[in-house]
Ligand binder design. Structure first.
Ligand SMILES: [Zn+2]
Length: 299
């Protein structure tokens, strides 16, 4: 972790406060969620850092770059990491309580963890890469309206593709760990049984679905609730108080509702969806197994 931290700091992914926050989040997830959960959040951390740096100068020109040379501070790190961290801790607790572990809770919470990180990664990567969409993005609340890139709530095919790809990668990482090293995910071995294989593979569609839905929920929440300002020079609707070197004008949304609140809300939704999908499938497979046993015993 020290090595990763040093490299990330050197690459200007984070400032000092962001580095400390990343350590807190990373260590807690490593300790409670095990190496599998850690590798998943590490994918987010590294890919978000790289995507933010990707064509940074071009983004500055387009007025869509992250402030401070793209260095993330503790606010950003906790904003993206706090919900996964809570799920990781909940998984750890569920794995230690026999009643919860027996009922499959570590499974569901791992689904929630994967859902939260998939949503956050999809949202970050889609925003950082989606701004280079060749076709003009459209507003999620009115898909017929084309808007300048960087507009709050703007969506593009490129961004949606990136979101799905992020979900796929996280899902594959989760499945690889769950199949080849289940002991590295708290609570997974306790419930290991015939049904686990089917269940584990489901982590891929779970991750893709949560990434896609969570990322679009983020755009929707942003478009409806987030404080937004209009640039009187280029007409862009942004969350920045300065655009094209001039002060922007407040046009709508809740004044205290910033991008961080939107991110927290959408990663919470992604996590909830992850649990529901995970638990739903678990119940579905158990139900199928029950009928199969019932049917074969009646013969
Ligand atoms: Zn402007």
């Amino acid at each position: 972790m020290s090595l990763i931290g040093a490299l990330a700091y050197k690459a200007h992914f984070v400032d000092i406060s962001g580095l400390v926050a990343a350590f807190v989040v990373g260590f807690t997830i490593w300790y409670t969620g095990g190496p599998a959960s850690f590798v998943i959040i590490l994918f987010f951390f590294m890919s978000a850092g790289l995507a933010t740096k990707y064509k940074y100068k071009a983004k500055v020109k387009k007025n869509v770059a992250q402030e401070g040379m793209g260095k993330r501070s503790w606010v950003n790190v906790f904003g993206s990491g706090i919900i996964p961290m809570m799920f990781s801790m909940a998984m750890y607790i569920a794995a230690m309580v026999p009643e919860l572990a027996g009922a499959g809770w570590p499974f569901f919470l791992f689904g929630g963890y994967v859902g939260a990180v998939a949503t956050t990664s999809a949202d970050t990567l889609a925003s950082e890469v989606g701004v280079f969409s060749k076709s003009k993005p459209r507003l999620i609340t009115n898909l017929r309206r084309k808007v300048p890139s960087g507009t709050i709530g703007a969506v593009s095919l490129l961004g949606e593709g990136v979101a799905i790809a992020a979900g796929l990668i996280i899902g594959v990482v989760a499945v690889v760990f769950a199949i080849f090293a289940p002991e590295l995910i708290p609570g997974l071995v306790i419930s290991e049984s015939v049904i686990m294989w089917d269940y584990v593979l489901f982590l891929i569609p779970l991750s893709i679905l949560t990434a896609f839905i969570g990322c679009n929920m983020d755009s929707l929440l942003g478009a409806v609730l987030q404080n937004r300002f209009v640039c009187e020079i280029c007409g862009a609707v942004t969350d920045k108080e300065f655009h094209c070197d001039y002060e922007t004008k407040y046009v709508g949304g809740f004044k205290k509702f910033t991008n961080m609140h939107v991110n927290l809300g959408s990663s919470g939704l992604g996590a909830t969806l992850g649990i529901v999908l995970g638990a739903g499938l678990f119940v579905w497979i158990l139900g199928g197994l029950f009928f199969w046993i019932a049917a074969s015993s009646s013969n």
